[in-house]
Design a binder for this molecule. Structure first.
Ligand SMILES: [Zn+2]
Length: 59
Protein backbone atom coordinates (compact mmCIF):
# COMPACT_ATOMS: atom_id res chain seq x y z
CA UNK A 1 0.00 0.00 0.00
CA UNK A 2 1.34 3.36 -0.96
CA UNK A 3 0.79 6.03 1.64
CA UNK A 4 0.07 9.45 0.28
CA UNK A 5 2.12 11.83 2.35
CA UNK A 6 0.88 15.39 2.41
CA UNK A 7 3.52 17.91 1.56
CA UNK A 8 4.15 21.58 1.18
CA UNK A 9 6.06 23.21 -1.62
CA UNK A 10 8.70 25.52 -0.21
CA UNK A 11 10.85 28.03 -1.96
CA UNK A 12 14.10 28.30 -0.03
CA UNK A 13 15.27 31.86 -0.40
CA UNK A 14 18.61 31.06 1.18
CA UNK A 15 19.70 29.06 -1.86
CA UNK A 16 17.00 29.87 -4.41
CA UNK A 17 15.78 26.29 -4.62
CA UNK A 18 12.37 24.69 -4.47
CA UNK A 19 11.71 21.57 -2.44
CA UNK A 20 8.91 19.64 -0.83
CA UNK A 21 8.63 19.16 2.90
CA UNK A 22 6.50 16.52 4.54
CA UNK A 23 4.41 16.15 7.66
CA UNK A 24 6.28 14.95 10.70
CA UNK A 25 5.28 11.66 12.37
CA UNK A 26 3.17 13.47 14.98
CA UNK A 27 1.27 15.23 12.24
CA UNK A 28 1.37 18.63 13.93
CA UNK A 29 3.83 20.28 11.61
CA UNK A 30 5.57 20.13 8.30
CA UNK A 31 9.30 19.69 8.64
CA UNK A 32 12.15 19.60 6.23
CA UNK A 33 15.43 21.14 5.30
CA UNK A 34 16.98 23.02 2.48
CA UNK A 35 18.42 20.51 0.01
CA UNK A 36 21.50 22.62 -0.52
CA UNK A 37 22.58 24.10 2.79
CA UNK A 38 20.60 21.83 5.12
CA UNK A 39 18.87 24.67 6.89
CA UNK A 40 15.97 23.16 8.86
CA UNK A 41 12.49 24.62 8.59
CA UNK A 42 9.21 23.86 10.26
CA UNK A 43 5.61 24.94 9.71
CA UNK A 44 3.15 24.29 12.47
CA UNK A 45 -0.23 22.97 11.41
CA UNK A 46 -3.26 24.63 12.89
CA UNK A 47 -5.27 21.77 14.43
CA UNK A 48 -8.59 23.37 13.49
CA UNK A 49 -7.93 25.05 10.20
CA UNK A 50 -5.03 22.99 8.91
CA UNK A 51 -2.71 24.69 6.52
CA UNK A 52 -4.43 27.00 4.11
CA UNK A 53 -1.48 27.71 1.94
CA UNK A 54 0.33 25.11 -0.05
CA UNK A 55 3.40 27.08 -0.92
CA UNK A 56 5.77 29.08 1.21
CA UNK A 57 8.72 31.33 0.83
CA UNK A 58 11.48 30.82 3.34
CA UNK A 59 13.91 33.56 4.15
ZN1 LIG B 1 19.71 26.88 1.69
Amino acid sequence: MVEQRPFLGVNFKCCGVYARIYKNPKGDAYEGRCPRCGRPIRFRIDPEKGTRHRFFDVR
